[in-house]
Design a protein around this ligand. Sequence first.
Ligand code: UFG
Length: 346
Amino acid sequence: MNEGSDRAVLVTGAGYVGSHTAKALHARGIVPVVFDNLSSGYREAVRWGPFEYGDIRDTAAVISAIEKHSISAVIHFAGLIEVGRSVARPDLFWDVNVIGTLRLLEAVKLTRTPRVVFSSSAAVYGHTDLARISEAAPKHPASPYGDTKLAGERMIEAQCAAYGLTGFALRYFNAAGADTGALIGEAHEPETHLIPLAIAAALDQSRALTVFGDDFATPDGTCLRDYVHVNDLAAAHVAAVLAKRPAGSFEALNLGTGVGHSVREVIAAVQAALGRDISFSRGPRRTGDPPILVADPSLAQQNLGWKAEHSGLDEIVRDAMRWEAAPAYGVGRRPPRATGLAAVAA
Ligand code: UFG
């Protein structure tokens, strides 16, 4: 990057991984300027730098934020993430995740911002029999959500080559855990992820948990996932912002641990951490759930020197538990704002 150009980074999305990354950037002396239309992000999670209200589909608003803050890199998180909803509303996902990324890239091009780091997902791989998935594995997304993430990656890769940008796509496996001080954490609405739901079921015995299928070809019959601490994900984004790369380069990197944990193991870890039973029942498989989704994370280590350091299941559950016991925001989320484009994504 240019001399002094790593001082301010535009972070689109005041959500789960975006807010933890903003904190990690700030700790490295980089100003995170958070840009969000607050359709699912949280104003309360913006604590480490300026906030700019806007929609990623509004190129002029993105340009204005980039110029106002002399931005030298964009980390693009903003988007829709629920796999199930993407099946029901694919048009919405293509609009926000694909058109949104295209409009954002237009702003990046026009302002000659040299670097883009993209929040991608293991969902780009879809179903696979591989015990550990490397970046070279076939990409056949099993949902419109995965399709839109793959489309975003490809747009960025092509624009890096065409316009001399430096690009990274970071493919998260299962983001989990929370800030150790519980200032920020996971606050999806609705919450569909296993760990917060398991903790909620342990804290409130009236909330039962359903295990989606226990007849998979895995050691205990439940799905294996590669849970990676959100602070480890945040550290990878900082490394991608700071890494020296030639103009025109693009890398897609898996962010995971290489170790899979079953749904039953997660439930046992939450029960042990809280010293409480979780009432759960067996339900049918959830559409689109691959039995095994575990990363081969060696390329991220090789290219970025990144390795998951805080992603033991016990550490993840401990931090998630602190957050779920006393969330700083997101409880009974307010109704979606009926403002302009924000309403479209509601
Ligand atoms: N699960 C349950 N009960 C629940 C919730 C989840 O049994 O109430 C199971 C799921 O079936 C899955 C595992 O717990 O086997 C983990 O499920 P999550 O919903 O926590 O996470 P996913 O693996 O479905 O989702 C992750 C990312 C998505 C990404 C997807 C790709 O969060 O962004 O992997 O498959 F798209």
